[in-house]
Design a protein around this ligand. Structure first.
Ligand code: TZP
Ligand code: MG
Length: 228
């Protein structure tokens, strides 16, 4: 499937709300993050109408293509198709992964949010390329996070995937920042299948210097901590 050769190690999820983006330009922030080492970008915008989503996604795609990094669209298969970007990220309340696959074909990337064993099994059966496992830690970025799974929950799902000998890729999301990323990656690697990456919103999108923040996170996700 489309997502197997993708580098998910530092996965940026955008946010267009004033609390996080402020009055900055989303394309400039994303480009700074790409210079800093972001390897995958998801355009997540719950507020804009379809016309603006397509317009912004096209601009973001022009930026991500310069860095040879995939652009995925949150929730909206139609927007991904209109823009011709690399795929989508869908949650449990969106289209089924099978339906998204029928619409997008096998060359596009489909990621699915999972927060328990049933979600994991269904997303894998449906042919997801990667799983976004979360919400790891409580976060102000996503107001309606029903399930905080903690590192324990993350480890349980990675163990489930290892036992099923799954080849699906994995990233974790929710409250990840420079002060906890090494611990999360290391603790996860020690149990079951290793994580392929970490996904962050505010640690980069709300940073005073998104390029420097991305560079720091990129270094941390690639370097085993001293105690490992
Ligand atoms: N899905 C689960 S938590 C989350 C999403 C989109 C938001 C994560 O934001 P942050 O700022 O990295 O905690
Ligand atoms: Mg969704």
């Amino acid at each position: 499937m489309g997502g197997n050769n993708v580098d998910y190690s530092l996965y940026l999820v955008t946010d267009s709300t004033p609390a996080i983006l402020g009055d900055k330009d989303i394309c400039e922030v994303v480009e700074a993050a790409l210079r800093g080492g972001v390897t995958c970008v998801q355009y997540r915008d719950k507020k804009s109408d379809t016309g603006l989503l397509v317009q912004t996604a096209r601009k973001l795609h022009a930026v991500t293509q310069k860095y040879n990094v995939p652009l995925l669209i949150n929730d909206r298969v139609d927007v991904a198709l209109a823009v011709g970007c690399e795929g989508v990220h869908i949650g449990q309340d969106d289209l089924d992964v099978e339906e998204a696959r029928r619409l997008l074909g096998h060359d596009k990337i489909i990621g699915v949010t999972v927060s328990n064993a049933e979600d994991v099994a269904a997303a894998c059966r449906g042919g997801a390329d990667y799983l976004g496992i979360g919400t790891v830690f409580a976060t102000a970025t996503k107001g309606n996070t029903k399930r905080i799974i903690g590192v324990d929950g993350l480890q349980r799902m990675l163990l489930q995937l290892a036992q099923a000998e799954s080849t699906v890729k994995t990233v974790c999301i929710g409250g990840i920042n420079a002060s906890n990323v090494s611990r999360v990656v290391w603790q996860s690697t020690a149990h079951g299948k290793s994580l392929d990456g970490v996904a962050v919103v505010s640690a980069i999108m709300a940073a005073a210097d998104p390029e420097a923040s991305a560079r720091e996170l990129s270094k941390l996700v690639k370097t085993p901590p001293a105690f490992a």
